[in-house]
Ligand binder design. Structure first.
Ligand SMILES: [Mg+2]
Length: 227
């Protein structure tokens, strides 16, 4: 029986892909639309890939329609594996051990709650050999707002695990204020970790249930979650 559900964000929480995602966007924009450099001012932190791609096309004066969006998705996904190979990304501290521990416990469901495209998430997690730890998730393919990604993940919980699952036993783990906000949108608990772009102080101001510098002490972190 599933007692707890943990939903992990990817970038800045599970791993650092050292700019590979942005490189793949840049290569995609260059190959499909002849754009050499992505202009500054594109906000990535905690946002969905759909929202990022929407802004990216708009910022470069490219009409945003289904065709241009699909073209960019395809180009981004084509370039992503090679871009991941070309940089020194890493799994963040404590993550591998925490995932192994959750697997061995046997009473936790582990999923994703990420702004990444479903296919992009698979590429990133497979690159670091941790894709098999995740059974389901909410993704950024169809949503501009991360709160809707959380709703997608919750719908998956209802469909796969229990339609009445206690939301106080659902935890979102993320590295940005938007992760905290979207957890609240579905009535879940939230652990914020400062391994991404935000400090513990910044994250604390958004009132997560728990906040940590990193997840090195994964046993203590899990104890706090399961308390
Ligand atoms: Mg993140």
């Amino acid at each position: 029986m599933v007692k707890n559900i943990l939903l992990f964000d990817i970038d800045g929480t599970l791993l650092s892909s050292a700019g590979a995602g942005k490189d793949a966007l840049e290569k995609g924009m260059a190959s499909k639309f002849g754009v050499k450099h992505i202009v500054d001012g594109l906000s990535l932190s905690g946002r969905t890939d759909k929202a990022i791609l929407h802004d990216l096309l708009k910022l470069h004066g490219i009409e945003h329609n289904d065709e241009s969006y699909q073209t960019m998705i395809k180009a981004y996904l084509e370039h992503l594996p090679e871009c991941l190979k070309n940089v020194q990304g890493k799994i963040l501290p404590g993550i591998k051990q925490m995932l192994d521990e959750l697997k061995s416990k046997g009473d936790c469901a582990v999923g994703l709650l990420t702004g990444n495209l479903r296919a992009g998430a698979k590429i990133k997690l497979s690159h670091f050999h941790i894709f098999d730890h995740f059974q389901f998730g909410g993704f950024g393919d169809h949503h501009l707002d991360r709160d809707d990604v959380a709703r997608e993940a919750l719908a998956e919980i209802h469909a796969r695990i229990d339609k009445d699952f206690d939301r106080a036993k659902v935890w979102v783990l993320g590295d940005t204020p938007l992760d905290i906000k979207c957890a609240r949108a579905i009535g879940a608990k939230v652990l914020a970790v400062a391994t991404g772009w935000h400090t513990t102080k910044e994250l604390e101001s958004h009132r997560p249930d728990l906040v940590f510098e990193d997840l090195t002490d994964f046993e203590m972190v899990l104890e706090r979650i399961f308390a």
